[in-house]
Design a protein around this ligand. Structure first.
Ligand SMILES: Nc1ncnc2c1ncn2[C@@H]1O[C@H](COP(=O)(O)OP(=O)(O)OP(=O)(O)O)[C@@H](O)[C@H]1O
Length: 295
């Protein structure tokens, strides 16, 4: 059963439409990616799900509640894109403070905070937050989103602007949270990470969803796999390159027919490469098509 349902969400700021006609549903335990360029409407979408921005139209249901209701808030962990922390506090003080706000009993909170910080491998827990690195601050912000042991996690660009090691760590941690049964919705620019951990994604552009599905489904719908067949002879539409002919086809059957044609011409196939477009390449193609349709 879907834990999160979004039906025709729309957000206008003044006369400007930031999100329009957004509908999707997310199953419990899924990792769901919201992808798109700057200004696509990702943050606005996530904030509407978290109850921080009121939709102009449409509605969302998260864990059986309308976003913003206290009962939903208890089941939600939100990691904002920019998460200002109380720099004077240590990580433990800060997290205890938020556990208190959520009404988590002290004994449970102490254990939960220590467990989160252990898992996130946070060092210098007793240093003031103002004096720790950017990556560590992000880890504290993530631990804050977990302090109420939520079912649904909404992470806005969880690893943006961090070094590759911390980024990988955070992405891996996100994957583990989903494996434990939490539902994770997150936005990201780095499509490589989206591709590596998301069960399904929506691609947004100019406030609208322009593609949706698993990365596999989106790939099949937008180009799919290509085979590059390198041969010593031209099968008809080969591209001459470095003393060989490269033939680009999309079906295995076409690969076979190139092989036969090349052999009939006295040549042979020397290599076949399978090219799978990355989500990044698909995204550029889909966003380009959407921009053309607008003209
Ligand atoms: N409070 C606001 N008032 C007016 N316009 C806003 C407001 N918040 C966002 N917008 C505009 O709405 C559009 C969508 O913004 P949003 O932050 O949701 O995009 P995004 O996909 O998250 O982008 P980024 O990757 O840059 O964070 C942008 O054009 C932005 O300028």
């Amino acid at each position: 059963m879907a834990i999160l349902e979004v039906d025709d969400l729309r957000k206008e700021y003044g006369g400007f439409v930031a999100v329009e006609g957004s509908s999707f549903s997310i199953e419990r335990g899924e990792v769901f990616g919201v992808v798109g360029p700057n200004g696509a409407g990702k943050t606005t979408t996530l904030k509407m799900l978290a109850g921080l921005v009121e939709p102009t139209d449409g509605h969302a249901v998260v864990a059986g509640h309308t976003p913003g209701e206290p009962a939903m808030q208890r089941r939600l962990g939100f990691l904002p894109e920019e998460s200002p922390l109380y720099e004077e506090m240590t990580a433990v003080e800060y997290l205890s403070f938020f556990a208190d706000l959520y009404g988590v009993p002290d004994s449970v909170a102490d254990e939960r905070i220590a467990a989160s910080l252990d898992r996130l491998e946070l060092e210098h827990r007793d240093r003031r937050i103002g004096n720790v690195s950017k990556g560590m601050k992000r880890k504290v912000a993530i631990a804050r989103a977990l302090v109420n042991d939520p079912d649904v996690l909404i992470f806005d660009e969880p690893a943006s602007g961090l070094d590759p090691l911390t980024t990988n760590y955070i992405i891996e941690f996100t994957r583990e949270l989903a494996a434990e049964g939490k539902t994770v919705v997150f936005s990201a620019h780095n499509l490589f990470h989206v591709e590596s951990i998301c069960d399904r994604v929506v691609i947004m552009n100019d406030g609208r969803i322009i593609a949706r599905g698993s990365v596999e489904e989106i790939r099949d719908a937008h180009g799919g796999t290509e085979y590059h067949v390198y041969a010593t002879a031209d099968a008809g539409d080969g591209i001459a390159e470095n003393g060989h002919y490269r033939h680009v086809v999309e079906e295995m059957a076409a690969v076979e027919s190139i092989r036969e044609t090349v052999q009939a011409a006295g040549g042979r196939v020397v290599d076949i490469e399978t090219k799978t477009p990355t989500l990044e390449e698909i995204f550029l193609e889909v966003a380009g098509d959407a921009a053309e349709a607008d003209v």
